[in-house]
Design a protein around this ligand. Structure first.
Ligand code: BV8
Length: 224
């Protein structure tokens, strides 16, 4: 069976990673426009760098939860028949045992050179924005897809959505596109869809089935 799973901040919530739009959300203290856009970075690179440095540092204090490890078990069973796409920029899927995770919005543990486009594993000294190891230009930035930027590997995602037997969305509000439109893409291709979320998402009406509760409970029950 070919499965596409999309995860959002809700899959990491029980690990202690703040979500974006819940009461104590991540954007608290920052307007999205102030930190998650290329314009914000150009206007105030220090603020944006601090925002991502803080989230990267917080990764050391969190651990995968049963939702992450259940999705890793699913990957062990399905192999290449599972495409795990995450909107999250944390590394909890990998630390939970998943392989080949598709980070459509980039990763905290990666840096991108705006001059040559090369992506690097993050190292703490990159916070001081040294010259790019590849091209020598001082244009390294967080490897995060900001609003108005094209998410990574969209072709691969749409191809998988067209060929899947099942699309499962876990822990996302359905507030941000193009990820929020994946369920519509699945339906257009006759692919069954399931939502696993704490509460109905903005797109819940598009899903064939929706189960509401904590990812740490719902995902292992669905996988096992
Ligand atoms: C693009 C990285 C085009 C940053 C992020 C009008 C209509 C449609 C679209 C648009 C529009 N105006 C503008 C747009 C486009 C825009 C967009 O969608 N805006 C929205 C606000 C309307 N999208 C973009 O700009 C995208 N790019 O469109 O490019 C283009 C075309 C050609 C060429 C170039 C460009 C890029 C969007 C990516 C932005 N980056 N993240 C960072 O991390 O700092 S977005 C960010 O919010 C997340 O990555 C995530 O993707 C997104 C949604 O967050 P969620 O993960 O869903 O988290 P949220 O808090 O919202 O929800 C958590 C859910 O979990 C809740 O439902 C909650 O109930 C649940 N939950 C909580 N606890 C649990 C739980 N569930 C289970 N268990 C629990 N324990």
């Amino acid at each position: 069976m070919r499965v596409v799973v999309l995860t959002g901040a809700g899959v990491s919530a029980e690990s202690g990673v703040p979500t974006f739009r819940d009461a104590d959300g991540l954007w608290e203290g920052h307007r999205v426009e102030d930190v998650a856009t290329p314009e914000a970075y150009d206007a105030n690179p220090g603020l944006v760098q601090e925002f991502y440095d803080a989230r990267r540092a917080a990764l050391k204090r969190v651990t995968p939860n049963p939702a992450h490890t259940a999705l890793a078990r699913l990957g062990d069973v399905l192999g290449d028949d599972l495409l795990l796409v995450t909107q999250n920029v944390d590394d909890l899927h990998e630390r939970g045992g998943s392989h080949d995770v598709l980070h459509m919005h980039g990763e905290l543990l990666s840096a991108l050179c705006r001059a040559c486009g090369h992506r690097y594993r993050w190292a703490d000294e990159l916070s001081s924005r040294p010259p790019c190891p590849g091209c020598g230009v001082r244009e390294l930035r967080p490897d995060i897809v900001w609003f108005g930027e094209m998410p990574y590997e969209m072709e691969r995602i749409y191809r998988a959505l067209a060929e899947a037997d099942l699309f499962v969305s876990v822990g996302t509000s359905g507030a941000v596109y193009p990820a929020a439109g994946f369920v519509v893409e699945a339906r257009a291709n006759g692919v069954r869809s399931l939502e696993l979320n704490l509460q109905p998402s903005e797109g819940t009406h598009w899903f064939d089935e929706a189960r509401h509760g904590k990812a740490g409970d719902l995902v292992p029950r669905w996988v096992d």
